[in-house]
Design a protein around this ligand. Structure first.
Ligand code: SF4
Length: 376
């Protein structure tokens, strides 16, 4: 199959869904985590849970970069915008993430020079066009976006652009999966591996999940048929009592990864000893920082960063949702204090966040089924 329509073909979808239903053991409850926020969004958008057997539950993982950024780090980034002559730039979904004193968008409304960009390269161009200002890019994301930050830094250095810096919050997915596997609440049978991250990292980094924890991993694409095929591949491994890494998304994901992208990352980044993740706490060697050779472009060197630590509101249960212990509507604030217009937690901000996706695509069906209107 070559085209998107084929991956949405209703008959093919029915066939694979039927095969999953015939393959599952009715006496077992299957819990399969989709690690990637893009998968979470696709699952809700296409209503895939509805075509799966009731005893097969998809559990939403930590693969939404906005969702795992702790509030303190948002505050740290916003503190940069308070320096005179600084333009802080960020991706669109980052603009609505709440810090303790408001979102970047709210700070902008109060006079801070904070601008949305579509890429780090846009931020670099802005620095070139505004030589009397300092432009800082609030970098977030997994291996999917880290290469574009790396390539932008290489270009900034080559061009000698010195009024530009990166506030680096890039994280890597493997240590987060390991933290989930080590969690005492962990009750997962297998994983749908992240499609976008794997285009860069390849499939090999997941081999420890199968080898050391005995859990199948199938890297998947983002169309309904991709995801259903990946689920079937996980179920077949479980039935055969196997645990290995398979690649359903071969049309995009190279097994060994994207070498030029990985090289660009290793040219400019090193691993931080530890980094705080929302809901998962501090995870060692789970995030990237700029190498000392790039200190002149490192916002954490160029500015005094307060290093704020903020605990989430007590009633917010983002951590439990991120670890797959709770489903979004089981959070006490879901659809009430926390909704897309007024997000309390970051899972309600990004379209890849489990709470936002659930709120957008599923809650009305639940309302109808439960006859309990959601107030918002
Ligand atoms: S509903 Fe809001 S507070 Fe609750 S888990 Fe989701 S994002 Fe966090």
């Amino acid at each position: 199959m070559k085209y998107v329509d084929e991956f949405r073909d209703p008959q093919l979808i029915r066939n694979v869904a039927g095969e999953i239903a015939r393959s599952v053991d009715p006496n077992h409850e299957y819990r399969i985590m989709e690690v990637c926020g893009g998968h979470t969004h696709a699952i809700y958008r296409h209503g895939l849970q509805d075509v799966l057997p009731e005893n097969l539950r998809l559990v939403h993982g930590p693969g939404c970069p906005v969702c795992v950024l702790p509030t303190g780090r948002v505050d740290d980034g916003l503190s940069i915008a308070e320096h005179p002559g600084v333009i802080l730039t960020a991706f669109g979904d980052m603009m609505r993430v709440p810090g303790t004193r408001g979102t970047p968008l709210e700070l902008k409304a109060r006079g801070a020079d904070i601008r949305m960009v579509y890429s780090p390269l846009d931020a670099l161009r802005l620095a070139q066009n505004e030589p009397t200002k300092h432009v800082c890019f609030f970098a977030i994301g997994f291996e999917t976006t880290a290469p574009s930050t790396a390539l932008t830094l290489l270009r900034a250095k080559a061009l000698g652009v010195r009024n530009f810096s990166i506030f680096c919050n890039h994280v890597t997915i493997v240590p987060a999966i390991r933290a989930i596997l080590e969690s005492p609440d962990m009750r997962l049978d297998g994983f749908i591996g992240p499609g976008h991250v794997s285009t860069v990292s390849g499939c090999r980094p997941y081999e420890f999940i199968a080898r050391d924890y005995g859990k199948p991993v199938v890297v998947a694409g983002f169309e309904p048929l991709d995801l259903l095929e990946a689920i079937l591949m996980v179920v077949r491994q479980l039935n055969a009592k196997e645990a290995k890494v398979e690649n359903q998304y071969r049309r995009i994901v190279p097994w060994e990864g994207n070498m030029p992208a990985l090289r660009a990352m290793s040219d400019v980044f090193e691993l931080r000893p530890y980094f705080e993740w929302r809901g998962l706490g501090f995870i060692s060697q789970s995030a990237l920082k700029l190498l000392p050779a790039y200190a002149a472009w490192d916002a954490e060197v160029q500015f005094e960063i307060p290093g704020v630590r903020v605990t989430d509101p007590r009633a917010a249960q983002c951590g439990e949702v991120l670890k797959g212990v709770l489903r979004p509507p089981q959070c006490k604030l879901f659809g009430k204090e926390c909704n897309p217009e007024h997000p309390v937690g970051a899972l309600m901000v990004s379209s890849e966040g489990a709470c936002a996706a659930y709120y957008r695509y599923v809650r009305y069906e639940d309302d109808a089924a439960n006859a309990q209107p959601v107030t918002s």
